[in-house]
Design a protein around this ligand. Structure first.
Ligand code: COA
Length: 194
């Protein structure tokens, strides 16, 4: 039986605001409190297959559409989809699973002896819960282990740049619409790697 300090809740009852600032007195009967809080999260990467292509495109479309529209001044779905499918390298792409849900993907091929994070996208309802940070930390750790450089490119309008800087990436080049960034490792301890 629930007493005055125990709430019985379902994941669908939890708003983002509550999730971010839950009082400690709350106890969870129905499921793991830490899972709801996002403190303990199982994150797995699964190699993509041809069956994932529609999910990858949908994830890219819903998560990048605003930034691409702001950058280009328009969204041409046909052109974007054809470019996305053309650039897709399934051998270098992984679906990101969090607590057994497929929440996004990362495509990070090796090019000219360096790792390039070509694309990382998390579906909007799972963004800003620490998943991208964890996946990027793993990419950093892997690049360090392999002793190769790690680069990415981010649209200037995209606030993800702040996340990359926090993890130790710095801008090395600028084009009209993009910042090209390299992992310098300056904040490696903050990034939890090394
Ligand atoms: C960028 C992305 C992969 C990060 O993954 P995530 O799981 O959301 O990241 P985390 O929760 O670990 O970190 C979130 C941080 O990223 C930055 N950020 C990401 N999206 C943001 C947004 N819409 N507004 C403001 N800051 C944002 C912030 O620094 C944020 O930190 P904060 O929540 O403390 O302010 C994800 O937000 C995403 O898919 N965004 C849309 C697609 C995209 O921009 N991909 C990157 C292309 S280079």
């Amino acid at each position: 039986m629930a007493d005055s300090k125990t709430l019985k809740v379902l994941p669908s009852d939890i708003t983002e605001a509550v999730r971010r600032d839950l009082p400690d007195v709350v106890e969870w009967e129905s499921f793991d409190k830490n899972m709801v809080l996002g403190r303990v999260r199982e994150i797995e990467l699964r190699q993509t297959t041809a069956d994932d292509v529609d999910f990858l495109w949908d994830t890219f479309r819903i998560s990048m559409k605003d930034y691409i529209t702001q950058t280009r001044g328009e969204w041409n779905e046909q052109r974007e989809e054809s470019q996305f499918r053309h650039q897709l390298d399934l051998s270098a792409a992984h679906v990101i699973r969090s607590n057994n849900l497929e929440v996004g993907f990362i495509m990070a091929p090796i090019k000219d002896g360096a790792r390039w994070i070509h694309t990382i996208c998390i579906v909007p309802e799972h963004q800003r819960k620490g998943i991208g940070t964890e996946v990027l930390r793993r990419a950093v750790a892997q690049a360090r282990e392999q002793k190769i450089s790690l680069y990415l490119s981010v649209l200037k309008v995209n606030p993800a740049r702040r996340l990359y800087e926090r993890l130790g990436f710095g801008v090395i080049e600028e084009t009209k619409h993009h910042f090209r960034m390299k992992f310098h490792g300056a904040s490696a301890s903050e990034a939890g790697v090394g």
